[in-house]
Design a protein around this ligand. Structure first.
Ligand SMILES: O=C(O)c1ccccc1N[C@@H]1O[C@H](COP(=O)(O)O)[C@@H](O)[C@H]1O
Length: 199
């Protein structure tokens, strides 16, 4: 399907428990099919930082999205990579995230962007659940979080509203553009169109 819209990035999910997981071989095949300037983001939950760095180097990933319970002091092997730090937002708001960002700074780990996803017990992501956009918008200080990527339960029908409330730097979607467990080109197109209309 030819589209007038193009995503800025695609995600390659290396969490083997995810229904969206890819092997290194499949990731390589997918990467060969996409062209610059589409960024290649690796999504990681349970690999060690050393393993992540190996995969990112081998596949020339442009960004590493850390969805697992990673600690800033363990991220030394990823120092040379562009990191997307994930925070799963719960009732306590974003103050724990601000502490995590301080800890990253203290450990001299710089991050490219921060992704906010919904917190769902037992899941690391891909839940299809939204965060409370209004309370996030109230807490969101662009000086403290310059590049915020909003994720969690975004779908073609709600993406414009989410953008108009939160004003994130970027948005990310996984389950919201799928049908029968496959990415659906029409839903992707509609999502991109509605997102662009809200900017
Ligand atoms: O998609 C998954 O299965 C997944 C599993 C483990 C960690 C992250 C995962 N995906 C990321 O989750 C968010 C939100 O997904 P959704 O739009 O609510 O389905 C997104 O950043 C995905 O990249």
């Amino acid at each position: 399907m030819v589209s007038q819209f193009q995503p800025a990035a695609i995600g390659l999910n290396f969490y083997q428990k995810s229904p969206r997981s890819v092997t290194r071989e499949l990731a390589r095949e997918i990467i060969l099919k996409i062209s610059d300037p589409i960024e290649r983001v690796g999504v990681f939950v349970d690999q060690t930082p050393k393993e992540i760095a190996e995969i990112a180097n081998e596949l020339l990933l442009t960004h590493v999205q850390l969805h697992g319970d990673y600690q800033p002091e363990d991220l030394d092997p990823l120092r040379d990579h562009s990191l997307i730090w994930v925070y799963r937002l719960g009732n306590e708001g974003i103050s724990p995230l601000l502490s995590q960002l301080d800890s990253l700074l203290r450990n001299q780990i710089s991050i490219t962007a921060c992704l906010i996803d919904a917190r769902v017990p037992g899941l690391y992501g891909g839940s299809g659940k939204t965060v409370d956009w209004a309370s996030l918008a109230r807490d969101y200080d662009q000086e403290k979080l310059p590049k915020l990527i909003l994720a969690g339960g975004l779908v073609p029908e709600n993406i414009a509203e989410a953008i108009s409330i939160v004003h994130p730097w970027g948005v990310d979607v996984a389950s919201g553009v799928e049908q029968d467990d496959q990415k659906n080109p029409q839903l992707v197109e509609q999502f991109l169109k509605n997102a662009v209309s809200a900017i």
